[in-house]
Structures are given as structure tokens and as C-alpha cells.
Design a protein around this ligand. Structure first.
Ligand SMILES: C[S@@+](CC[C@H](N)C(=O)[O-])C[C@H]1O[C@@H](n2cnc3c(N)ncnc32)[C@H](O)[C@@H]1O
Length: 408
């Protein structure tokens, strides 16, 4: 049976939303006889009986006709939280990791994710009990960047409490990451956020995050990485990596990857003949120029970003769909510039060519948001490689090796 035949069964009449229980069923299909499958059987079973299809037997051989099917002989397991469209999943699958659980609440992002991986992420993570998440080696979470304040509890107040994070981070999405780490004890994790997380609330937010993760018994390493060495885009993000101190003893050290020497050029990601609908109208182009002039007069530098074809672009944001002003493509003297096509955004974020975005029923607006929210895949891949290498190396040499939670 083909996975795409099952997808058709799972779609409701309106072809937009998947049926209740579809996330569990697709997770079950990805895991089948592996130990993680037990987490999904009950909920998936309800849907299977509702489908009332005598030909449908999830134990029959299944061919995943999607661009990124589950890894065949996995070497470790991971979970993909705040999954977006799977930038991190691509990075960890490339290291031979098997994803055993994903969560992403945005319906459109779920659609893009499903089209590429053959798995529908579960929804709102705040509503998912940690006991319903399979065991895993690595927890991955590019959590949302909206500024959030953490009620920093002073050291004195938290003294004597086992897990101060319950008080300190309640009501934030970081709390959900912390409670899952606390319950599932992954050997390592990687979190990603905007660079400003470090300076938010005078550094207090970041301090509480690091303290919380250390209180949970992890060694923490963090660094700001700029995607410009991998893709022609200035994109600085903070990466926080943690290793369980019970598994990786004190001598353990982690280094972030050294960026390659190469300097990718913006022109290399452009399409040859982009459709004319991406060219800015006279009205919008006039507006952007006036706006920039006004702000220049006031001494504010920021206007639109006309990108140097031999250079790199500004950061692609989730609001790119509004006017595209931060990354404009010049089209020659006297011609209005254009915005990027979604296919070009895909390349600017370093997604592989075979990642599909056309004819999957997701609008340009949503695709712009999805790519603007995503991690730059080659950066995530470089960090993922480093984590997996160091982890395997350490566990092989360790006197008392703990085995990876393989899920074949
Ligand atoms: C910064 S993006 C991460 C994107 C992802 N790393 C990627 O590469 O595509 C954060 C994502 O978290 C999702 N999100 C926000 N709140 C959520 C929640 N409560 N439960 C599940 N997903 C959530 C958003 O819809 C968004 O796609």
C-alpha cells in the first residue's frame, strides 16, 4: 500500500483538515513494530474503526511515497517540538535519527510537514501530557520567539525546592520543554530561538532558562550562530544545547561547529523566470520608497532591503508575506523590484531541492510565514552532526555506556 492512499482516506470532505486521531495514526505508521508504536495504538485504533475500511490494515507493508520517509536503520531517536515545517527534522534525519514524536499546532504548517514526512504532528504541546510522549535520545525544540517574561524567583526563594522551574516558568512554552525534559530525560537536547533571547528582560529570561536546565541536571552550552556562512542570508539565532550529566560526566565538552569558509551569494538562490505576480506594484514600491525617505530624514536607517546580488540578504521574517520589503530582488534600473518566490525562500533557508511546497494546498502567504519561522537547515544540520558525533563517540568510549533508545 502507498502512504498517499492512506492520506486520501484521512482527509475530511473539505480536504483541508485531517480527521481526529490522524496524528496518532500517522505516528503509528511511522513506528509500526517499534516500541514507540504503543503510545499511539489506542487513539489510532479509534480512527481505524471509524474508517470502516476492510482493506485497511496498518500492519501490511507500506511504501512511504513522500520526499523524506522514515529512516531505515536508525542510530538514535529524537522528538520534534514546535516542529514548524521540519527544518530540524531534516537535520537529525540526515544523521540517521528516527523521529518518534512531533508537535506543531498550526494547521498549515502541519500540512507542509505531512506532505514531506508522511506524519501529521500532534497539536498544542501545552495540552499534551508528557507520559504520552515516547522515550527518545534527543529532544529538539525551536520554540517560538515572542518575548516572554519569566518571573525570576530569587535564589533565596527557590532554595530547597526540588524543581524551581515549575514556579519560575509556568505559563511559558519553555515550561513545557522543561517538564518534558524532566519527565523523559533525553540524553541531549537542542533549543533554538532569536538572538535577543539572550538580552531579553536585561538577561534575566536567558539566565532563568539556563539555570532551569542546569537544575534539571544538564550541562549547558549556548552560542549565537549566523546562517550567512551556509546560505546567503544574515540570520543570527541562539542555539542552546544540553547533555544529561548522569550520562555524560563532568569531563564532557561540546563545541559548536566552525562555520565553513565559503560565502554563498544571493544570486545563486534566484529562479530564472519568476512569475510576474511577485513584482511590486507601482503603488507598493512608491509607498516603500516614501516610507524609507521619511525615516532616513529622521535618522532611522531602516527602510526596505534591496539585496546585493553578489552579497547576502537581511533576515527573512515571518511577516515577509506583508510586503516583502526586507528582502527585495533588484530587477535593473527603472524596473520595480520583486519579492522572493516561496521556492526562493525555501533555498534561502537551505531546504533541499526535493522538499515539496507546490501543489500541496498551502498558500504563498502561509509558505512565507513557514519559511520565515524556520531554522536555516544547514546550520541546524551542522549543529546536529556535532551533537550526534560527540554523543556517539562519548557513549562508545564511556566505561559504563548507556545504550541509545533505538527504536527499529
Ligand atoms: C519558531 S517556529 C519553529 C520552526 C521550526 N524549528 C522549523 O524549522 O520549521 C515555532 C513554531 O511553534 C509553533 N507553536 C507555537 N505554540 C505552539 C504550541 N502551543 N503547540 C505546538 N506548536 C506551537 C508555531 O506554530 C511555530 O510553527
Amino acid at each position: 500500500m502507498l502512504y498517499s492512499e492512506i492520506r486520501t482516506k484521512l482527509k475530511k470532505q473539505n480536504k483541508r483538515e485531517f480527521k481526529q486521531g490522524a496524528a496518532a495514526l500517522t505516528h503509528l505508521l511511522q513506528s509500526r513494530n517499534a516500541s514507540s508504536s504503543s503510545y499511539f495504538k489506542q487513539e489510532a485504533g479509534l480512527l481505524i474503526s471509524e474508517l470502516r475500511d476492510p482493506n485497511f490494515n496498518y500492519e501490511l507493508p507500506l511504501e512511504f511515497d513522500v520526499p523524506f520517509p522514515p529512516i531505515q536503520s536508525p542510530e538514535f531517536t529524537f522528538i520534534d517540538l514546535f516542529a514548524g515545517i521540519g527544518g530540524f527534522r531534516l537535520a537529525f534525519q540526515k544523521q540517521k535519527g528516527k523521529c518518534v514524536f512531533s508537535s506543531e499546532w498550526d494547521k498549515h504548517a502541519q500540512q507542509t510537514y505531512e506532505a514531506n514526512f508522511g506524519e501529521i504532528p500532534f497539536g498544542d504541546i501545552t495540552k499534551i501530557d508528557e507520559t504520552n510522549i515516547p522515550d527518545h535520545d534527543i529532544l529538539v525544540g525551536g520554540f517560538p520567539c515572542q518575548p516572554f517574561s519569566i518571573a525570576g524567583v530569587s535564589k533565596k526563594n527557590s532554595l530547597g525546592r526540588m524543581h524551581g522551574f515549575l514556579d519560575k516558568t509556568q505559563g511559558t512554552l519553555f515550561f513545557d520543554i522543561a517538564r518534558i525534559i524532566n519527565a523523559k530525560r533525553p540524553k541531549a537536547f537542542i533549543l533554538e530561538n532569536v538572538k535577543n533571547l539572550r538580552s531579553h528582560d536585561k538577561g534575566n529570561t536567558f539566565k532563568v532558562i539556563v539555570e532551569t536546565l542546569e537544575e534539571l541536571g544538564y550541562s549547558i552550552f549556548s552560542q549565537i550562530l549566523d546562517a550567512r556562512h551556509y546560505v546567503p542570508q544574515h540570520r543570527e539565532r541562539i542555539f542552546i544545547v544540553g547533555f544529561d550529566k548522569h550520562v555524560f560526566k563532568d569531563s564532557f565538552h561540546f563545541s559548536f561547529p566552525t562555520p565553513p569558509e565559503q560565502q554563498p551569494k544571493f544570486k545563486d538562490i534566484l529562479e530564472k523566470n519568476p512569475p510576474s505576480k511577485y513584482t511590486l506594484s507601482d503603488h507598493l514600491w512608491g509607498y516603500l520608497q516614501n516610507y524609507a525617505k521619511k525615516h532616513q530624514a529622521k535618522g532611522n536607517g531602516f527602510g526596505f532591503g534591496m539585496t546585493d546580488l553578489d552579497g547576502i540578504s537581511r533576515t527573512l521574517s515571518a511577516r515577509y508575506y506583508k510586503d516583502g520589503s526586507e528582502v527585495l530582488v533588484p530587477r535593473g534600473k527603472d524596473l520595480n523590484p520583486r519579492r522572493l518566490t516561496p521556492e526562493e525562500c525555501k533555498r534561502l533557508m537551505g531546504f533541499p531541492e526535493k522538499y515539496i511546497i507546490s501543489n500541496i494546498g498551502v498558500s504563498d502567504t502561509q509558505l512565507y510565514r513557514q519559511f520565515g519561522n524556520s531554522v536555516a537547515v544547514p546550520v541546524a544540520t551542522a549543529v546536529a552532526r556535532q551533537i550526534v558525533d560527540v554523543m556517539k563517540h562519548y557513549l562508545e568510549r564511556s566505561i559504563n555506556p548507556k545504550h541509545l533508545a533505538l527504536d527499529k
